[in-house]
Design a protein around this ligand. Structure first.
Ligand code: HEM
Length: 326
């Protein structure tokens, strides 16, 4: 992913991508090439997506093929509804813009489609639907799974939970809402999020890669067209890299620069290199914000840790950590 990044920058084509992602017209399953470089939509979306919110994709998150038809109907409805709204607001002229305040991802995709309609690379409806599928798959299940595992670990480690709550409550104290600045100061929260991602990599084998040329790695000859899986889960638990790898210890991420951005190869929950996850920044923000809000507003504890019966999740009473005080 570093020395041979280009050689492993394609993806194999699983049948799920053919059926659910409109013959791999999304971002995650497009083979390497011009179409991928343009995200199927033009340079602008692909790279602004990488910096901001990604234009997302995800394999494995979708189950039975039978859902394909239902999903297609849902996406058709969504796209149609936006197109009609646009026509209503622009008097059917086909030109003009949605107001930026009300514009969402679907509107932006449709705007790009309109802008490219007369050009040499028109954006097809299937491409829009495939990219939206990416967003749903890449942007929901992964982040939700990560949060669930983090809360599970916090329930198993009440001292870590307490430390985390103290940090969050201290920083947010008295404010109606949490800001991005507040999040930036929550170092223990960030360390906890990374530690949970390390132990429970939400995408354990990343998304399969495919070599685009013959390549030699550590003495092994790998032919062009070989499917390659990277076991990020095992790497993040490797005792040669990590001290007591099975122990939850957020402190290991404090006071060092190790990050999820694909530069530290012992820790790559979002992959690395050209095909690394473009939603990383967005996902981390959502994940941190959601976790900070949960531990700020609720006291969670495992039923077995309570002497008397009580809720697993109780709304915090201001100034009192009810579950732990008991
Ligand atoms: C905790 C949340 C997430 C995790 C753990 C995650 C993980 C991953 C991983 C492991 C890959 C494959 C990287 C590689 O091959 O090196 C990937 C690719 C991708 N992810 Fe994410 N992801 C998350 C959230 C998101 C979000 C929120 C979006 C967009 C909304 C997104 C969009 C994508 C896309 C488009 C790709 C394919 C990139 C390409 O093939 O060029 N992901 N993600």
């Amino acid at each position: 992913m570093k020395t041979h990044d280009l050689a492993f920058s394609s993806r194999p084509k699983p049948s799920i991508a053919t059926r659910l992602l409109y013959d791999s017209k999304d971002v995650a399953f497009i083979p390497y090439g011009d179409y991928w470089r343009q995200g199927g939509l033009g340079e602008e979306v692909r790279w602004s997506g990488r910096r901001e919110e990604g234009c997302g994709a995800f394999g494995g998150a979708f189950g039975a093929i039978g859902v394909a038809k239902g999903m297609d109907e849902f996406l058709e409805g969504l796209v149609e509804e936006r197109m009609n709204r646009y026509k209503r607001e622009n008097g059917g002229s086909g030109s003009g813009h949605d107001s930026e305040e009300t514009q969402d991802f679907v509107d932006i995709l449709l705007e790009i489609q309109r802008e490219n309609a007369a050009g040499s690379s028109p954006v097809h409806r299937d491409t829009i639907k495939a990219v939206l599928m990416d967003m749903l798959g890449g942007g929901t299940d992964t982040t939700a799974t990560s949060l669930v595992w983090t809360m599970t670990e916090l329930l198993r480690h009440p001292k870590v939970m307490k430390k985390l709550q103290n940090e969050v409550r201290e920083i947010v104290r008295g404010k109606p809402n949490m800001s991005e600045d507040d999040l930036g100061r929550m170092h223990y929260l960030k360390a906890m999020v990374k530690e949970a991602l390390r132990i429970h990599a939400p995408v354990p084998l990343l998304i399969a890669r495919e070599s685009i040329q013959d390549v030699r790695v550590m003495g092994y000859d790998i032919a062009a067209g070989t499917q390659v899986l990277v076991n990020a889960w095992a790497i993040a638990r490797d005792p040669l890299m990590w001290e007591d790898p099975k122990e939850l210890r957020p402190e290991r991420f404090l006071n060092n620069s190790m990050d999820v951005k694909g530069q530290d190869f012992e820790f790559i929950p979002f992959g690395a290199g050209q095909r690394g996850c473009p939603g990383t920044l967005f996902a981390m923000n959502v994940y941190e914000l959601a976790l900070a809000n949960v531990v700020h507003s609720f006291d969670l504890c495992h039923p077995s840790s309570q002497q008397q019966e009580g809720p697993i999740l109780s709304r915090r009473e201001e100034g009192r950590n009810s579950s732990y005080d008991r």
